[in-house]
Design a protein around this ligand. Structure first.
Ligand code: GDP
Ligand code: MN
Length: 362
């Protein structure tokens, strides 16, 4: 789950990573009482969960006299399609230079990797593309809870040493807060020292309970309901809804859709032993996602009984075409129920997927 800048900065403060003095407002009026806490130069930062706010008009540098009026304008704006509900009001930092640092997980090496660049700021993506050598990388053995000094020296070649403690603190944030990404862009130097001028943290969804986060804000309403039902459910961008039982069968269904040139809209693993009601809920949930034009149900009947599955599909009664492949326990009964109710059951995975891909392209 992504944290907003001000939430990430609250965590940074606990770890002694310096951030600008500031406060959050929910409406322009709230700025009045606290504006005196900060100096005359003010930065207004829209708290929306997208990158590149600066370029999209979400960061306004102003003075205290016009801060309220500018805040009112910012509340009216949409930043990359998102409305502005909160603004972080900060004292403007006298930036000398902008650096980039992030820590993420290198999944292929199974190690955290630290990326650092002496040319940070809003053009970092461009830098990474045009001049990849400007981006230093070091991989840290996960048993270490500090970046060893020799690695830090390699990372910070020729740049101010005082960045080191901040990067080390960020590494601790990453480990202790179960972050999949911890990023400071820009990390800045000023005449008063180093500051995290921006903050980004993405917490591993599987660790939210450990972090005391009860609601995952990033989930869609459907994903949240799926979690309650105990389904593994993921939304993608295509038009074919996918229901399977077991991760292996579900994944291979997705692979085969891809192989035949189709695009899955989502996929749902109903798990073992799914009965009529569970299957009904699964089919309805998958069908509710906008853009789903056809649904593939690919289930193996072991403990799961095909007749129960067929009843679940029929009782879901969704408007999209549902193509089914069922094999195993009570297969014949399942086929009869589906046929009687006008549903299509095909014999092989190949057939259902070919059919669905064609249907989705119509
Ligand atoms: P982003 O565009 O969403 O990444 O938002 P940032 O918080 O990184 O701000 C974008 C840019 O605005 C930074 O790279 C800085 O150049 C500038 N900026 C942000 N805060 C300050 C500040 O306190 N002082 C100055 N001088 N510039 C700032
Ligand atoms: Mn930034």
């Amino acid at each position: 789950m992504k944290l907003l800048e001000f939430e990430a900065k609250e965590i940074f403060k606990e770890y002694k990573i310096p951030v600008a003095k500031g406060f959050v407002i929910n409406c322009p009026e709230e700025i009045d009482e606290r504006l005196k806490e900060i100096g005359d130069e003010v930065v207004l930062k829209a708290q929306v969960d997208v990158g590149g706010r600066g370029k999209a008009g979400g960061i306004i540098i102003t003075d205290s006299a016009s801060a309220k009026e500018k805040a009112a304008l910012l509340f009216e704006k949409e930043i990359k399609g998102l409305s502005v509900e909160k603004i972080l009001v900060e004292e403007k930092l006298p930036i000398e230079k902008e650096y980039y640092v992030s820590i993420t997980l290198d999944r292929s090496r199974k190690e955290p990797v630290i990326l650092f660049s002496a040319t940070g700021g809003v053009d970092i993506e461009q830098t990474a593309r045009d001049n990849p050598d400007a981006l230093q990388k070091v991989w840290i053995a996960p048993i270490l809870h500090d970046i060893p000094p020799f690695m830090m020296r390699r990372l910070l070649k020729g740049v101010p040493k005082e960045l080191g403690p901040v990067i080390n603190a960020l590494y601790r944030v990453c480990c202790e807060k179960d972050a999949l990404l911890a990023e400071i862009n820009p990390l800045v130097t000023t005449k008063n020292g180093v500051y995290a001028a921006d903050a980004k943290l993405i917490i591993d969804d599987n660790a939210l309970y450990r972090q005391g986060i009860e609601v995952n804000r990033d989930l869609t309403d459907r994903e949240r309901r799926a979690e309650k039902f105990g389904f593994s459910y993921v939304e993608l961008e295509g038009s074919i809804g996918v229901i399977g039982n077991g991760a292996g069968l579900t994944m291979s269904t997705l692979d085969q859709i891809d192989l035949y040139g189709g695009k899955a809209a989502n996929f749902l693993d109903v798990g073992g032993g799914a009965g009529e009601e569970r299957v009904c809920n699964a089919v309805r949930l998958v069908s509710e996602m906008p853009g789903v034009s056809v649904i593939v149900v690919n289930l193996l009947g072991g403990i799961t009984r095909c007749d129960e599955v067929a009843r679940g599909i029929v009782s879901a009664g969704v408007s999209q075409k549902v193509v089914v492949r069922l094999a195993g326990t009570n297969e014949a009964e399942g086929r009869e129920i589906l046929n009687e109710n006008g549903y299509m059951m095909l014999d092989t995975m190949d057939e259902v997927i070919t059919y669905a891909v064609r249907e989705a392209q119509l």
